[in-house]
Design a protein. Structure first.
Length: 376
């Protein structure tokens, strides 16, 4: 579905259109899985791991049960643990910081740059202490973070770069694929991602052979050989059903990302003359994959309500910086700690964007947005 002419509904994401493209291939793949009963560790998992690593130009992809587990595995694989500090941006989904806490480390939050809302390398430099062990840049909204500014900082202090690549499947910066630049990356294949499964799934990407082996063992109860447990791990394996769906979608991901870029460009053209909208743009050197199309407006909540009432599935990613959530109040940051992230959280508005969105649907979104803004 792109737009219902009768009810004028435009969803934030349309997974049905993707499913229609892959339906026949997925049905055949699932029939094979159920016939073989290889529900865990089937050949399709290994096939996906090889194919996704090749897509990114990485040596390894290790399938995981979800994106949060993938981030935790990446941290554990890099040796991050109790008492270590990990620097990450304040405006990310909570899973980024959850993974840090789950390995016993301490999330150290920093602000973001005012234009792209990506982790601010200057703020990272100030936040480094003797306990810092890693920097976790988040490739937000389908962009790649300014990784080349973080690399010399990490090298100078002996820090690992562990990327949160959950929103950047296929994005590049100066030709380098997001998720392949640090020692490891975690990604999510949650259904709404650019590359989404039919449920929860994730993956760890790395070019480090030893780290890849540690991650694979840790995610399988600390066992490389059945019933031989060398370390305490946990269960974070990707199931074969998800791999079937991901294999089918991966073949189309590059094309779908191109369609997202075209839709983002169309929004830019349609919004050019709409007053009161800060339109997103790609940073020089970035090839974005537009996981989300995030504008900024004043009176965001009123505008969002107006769009939703018009049948437009706009949303907010994310309404609260991490330090203003109850879950991370214990970190000791308060209002005013990260002014860029805090201001952005009151302004950001995600418009519907997905590979199959139609031009008339985007025109309707922009028309209703302009109408809502004119009522200020």
């Amino acid at each position: 579905m792109n737009i219902d002419i009768t009810t004028r509904n435009v969803p934030l994401v349309d997974l049905g259109a993707q499913q229609a493209e892959i339906d026949e291939e997925v049905r055949a793949g699932l029939a094979e899985v159920f016939a073989s009963t290889s529900f865990i560790g089937g050949r399709q998992v290994a096939e996906f791991e090889r194919s996704y690593a090749a897509f990114l130009g990485a040596r390894h992809c290790i399938g995981a049960s979800n994106g949060t587990d993938a981030l935790e595995l990446a941290l554990r694989g890099a040796g991050i643990g109790t008492g270590d500090e990990v620097i990450l941006p304040a405006n990310t989904f909570i899973a980024t910081a959850e993974a840090v806490c789950r390995v016993g480390a301490v999330p150290v939050l920093v602000d973001v740059d005012p234009e792209y809302l990506l982790i601010d390398p200057d703020a990272v430099a100030v936040a480094v202490t003797g306990r810092t062990r890693a920097i976790m840049p988040v490739h937000l909204y389908g962009q790649s973070a300014f990784i080349e500014q973080l690399e010399p900082l990490a090298a100078a202090h002996g820090l690992a770069i562990i990327e949160d690549a959950a929103q950047s499947q296929g994005a590049t910066r100066h030709g380098r694929a997001a998720g392949t630049i640090g020692i490891a990356a975690g990604t999510s294949f949650y259904p709404g991602k650019n590359l989404g499964a039919a449920g929860d799934a994730g993956g760890v990407i790395t070019n480090d052979d030893a780290l890849a082996e540690r991650v694979r063992v840790l995610g399988a109860h600390g066992s490389a050989i059945k019933y031989e447990h060398d370390v305490v791990g946990f269960n974070a394996r990707m199931d074969t059903v998800q791999a079937v769906v991901l294999n089918a979608k991966l073949k189309r991901l590059a094309g779908w990302n191109d369609q997202r870029r075209a839709a983002a460009s169309r929004y830019g053209e349609l919004l050019a003359d709409v007053a009161g909208v800060l339109v997103p743009r790609s940073a020089p050197g970035n090839e974005d994959v537009w996981h989300l199309y995030v504008i900024r407006v004043a009176e965001r909540d009123r505008v969002l309500k107006s769009l939703n009432e018009a049948g437009i599935g706009a949303g907010i990613h994310y309404p609260y910086p991490l330090h203003l959530t109850k879950a991370f109040a214990h970190l000791g940051y308060g209002p005013g700690s990260f002014p860029v992230a805090e201001l952005a959280a009151t302004q950001i508005l995600s418009l519907p964007l997905y590979p199959h969105i139609a031009a008339d649907a985007q025109q309707y979104v922009v028309d209703e947005l302009a109408k809502a803004l004119s009522q200020e």
